[in-house]
Design a protein around this ligand. Structure first.
Ligand SMILES: *[C@@H]1O[C@H](CO)[C@@H](O)[C@H](O)[C@H]1NC(C)=O
Ligand SMILES: *[C@@H]1O[C@H](CO)[C@@H](O)[C@H](O)[C@H]1NC(C)=O
Ligand SMILES: *[C@@H]1O[C@H](CO)[C@@H](O)[C@H](O)[C@H]1NC(C)=O
Ligand SMILES: *[C@@H]1O[C@H](CO)[C@@H](O)[C@H](O)[C@H]1NC(C)=O
Ligand SMILES: *[C@@H]1O[C@H](CO)[C@@H](O)[C@H](O)[C@H]1NC(C)=O
Ligand SMILES: *[C@@H]1O[C@H](CO)[C@@H](O)[C@H](O)[C@H]1NC(C)=O
Length: 393
């Protein structure tokens, strides 16, 4: 046998073995809303484990549990920066969890903060300057690459929080805002009384006027929910139809539930937790938020069943990392959404500002309730286990 035929044989052998042992290559695209885009994760807000609790709740409020931000205007990924796509988004962390002996992976993120089915997924999200729908971005991207037998298309959907009228998120935000309004009003009244007694020149009436101005008109919510699970089912069938037409393979669909950032056990200790301070002593409001989350998740789960999709069930994601759990919080707290208001209050009521360091400055309202990078990476870990269990058999 000649040397060159030896080469040929080993080459053929290698090719044969290679073909037999070819690993699946996962192509995973995230579609959906701010949880999927990675909203909030680039401001450099970090949990401060040393925040001070104080029996004086005005002071307590000011002892921020969030350090930062370190970057007021972070560089979000293109082509639509206003979508707030972040390298910390769970899909971009998936490669760290995929067992390389079982599969290789390529990842894509088309999600956009605020993304809804008819405003982002199937139609362009013009409010974020996105000129193409997420579906179109996906089809454009995936039809430009070649697909072999080993490539497995997977779409991960985080949808529902921004769908419907009012959206579940609107309702949750309204409950939280109402709670904080009452809380801040109480702080201001107490402080104003204190100031008046010190004769530092800020009248109670001035303070109350400030609260009036801060009272944003988000309270016009109706209780009619037009969104239903059947909307998801239709959208999922469009996704399957368009993607399979573009790449000649049927994509696997994984829908994702929403986590609860609320501590299930210690509602009576809320006074220790600045991020829950506005909800202190009102378990009605906490119950209301939990019910909204459950309603949202039940719609997501119904849609998954009705469309024969898989579920990345992250409902327990925050376990032991909820607000007020005593451990690092894995969702940015509601306090980060109040800074703009707080700044205004401080300019009106200087004595408050003198009490101590202020929570992050600027408007970080978009970050509240969103997963921190550690939680995004945990979502990636869940996602790998879902793929391993349901798709790789
Ligand atoms: C990766 O998969 C291989 C093959 O199934 C297995 O032996 C190994 O334990 C897995 N590694 C991890 C970290 O799960
Ligand atoms: C978004 O579009 C508006 C209107 O065209 C424009 O004024 C604004 O600068 C755009 N924002 C970014 C970040 O490109
Ligand atoms: C804020 O608005 C709500 C609803 O319009 C109203 O009931 C409440 O009294 C207002 N609060 C303040 C402090 O003005
Ligand atoms: C593709 O999606 C559009 C909605 O964006 C839908 O009208 C159309 O029917 C879908 N095509 C297929 C083949 O599913
Ligand atoms: C909440 O309730 C506790 C116990 O009833 C009480 O001591 C505390 O002052 C209340 N806090 C607020 C902010 O109303
Ligand atoms: C608790 O919340 C409910 C629902 O928002 C509200 O009607 C009630 O007035 C609140 N109670 C207190 C003590 O703030």
């Amino acid at each position: 046998m000649t040397r060159s035929s030896n080469f040929l044989i080993s080459f053929l052998l290698f090719f044969l073995v290679y073909r037999v042992e070819a690993k699946p290559n996962l192509r995973v695209a995230a579609l959906g809303d701010s949880v999927a885009s990675g909203e909030g994760t680039l401001y450099g807000l970090t949990y401060n484990p040393c925040y001070t609790t104080s029996p004086n709740y005005a002071i307590q409020y000011l002892r921020t549990i969030w350090n930062g931000p370190t970057d007021l205007h972070p560089h979000w990924l293109g082509p639509y920066p206003e979508c707030h796509r972040s390298p910390f988004a769970s899909v971009f962390q998936l490669p760290f969890y995929v067992n390389q002996t079982k599969a290789s992976v390529e990842v894509f993120n088309f999600a956009c903060t605020g993304g809804a089915i008819h405003n982002g997924l199937l139609e362009p999200q013009l409010s974020k300057n996105a000129t193409l729908s997420q579906l179109q971005q996906l089809v454009d991207s995936w039809s430009a690459i070649s697909w072999s037998d080993d490539d497995i298309p997977i779409l991960v959907l985080s949808f529902g929080a921004d769908d419907g009228q009012p959206t579940p998120l609107d309702e949750i935000a309204a409950v939280v805002k109402q709670a904080y309004d009452q809380y801040i009003a109480q702080i201001l009244v107490d402080t104003a009384i204190y100031q008046v007694s010190l004769d530092v020149g800020v009248s109670l009436q001035n303070v109350l006027n400030t609260i009036q101005q801060l009272n944003l008109s988000t309270s016009s919510l109706t209780s009619t929910r037009v969104f239903t699970s059947s909307e998801y089912v239709k959208a999922i069938s469009y996704l399957k139809g368009n993607v399979s037409a573009a790449i000649h393979k049927m994509p696997h669909i994984i829908v994702q539930t929403y986590y609860s950032p609320l501590n299930p056990t210690n509602e009576n200790n809320l006074l220790q937790c600045p991020d829950m301070a506005g909800l202190v002593n009102n378990s009605t409001k906490i119950t209301q938020i939990k019910q909204l989350l459950e309603e949202l998740n039940s719609k997501v789960l119904t849609a998954a069943t009705d469309s024969s999709s898989y579920v990345n069930d992250i409902r327990e994601l925050m376990k032991h990392h909820e607000y007020c759990s005593g451990h690092e919080e894995w969702a940015y707290g509601p306090t980060v959404s109040l800074e703009e208001d707080i700044e205004t209050i401080f300019s009106e009521v200087p004595i408050l500002a003198a009490l101590g360091p202020v929570a992050p400055q600027g408007n970080y309202g978009v970050s509240a309730f969103h997963p921190v990078p550690a939680a995004q990476s945990r979502i990636a870990e869940y996602l790998w286990h879902t793929i391993e269990k349901d798709i790789l058999i």
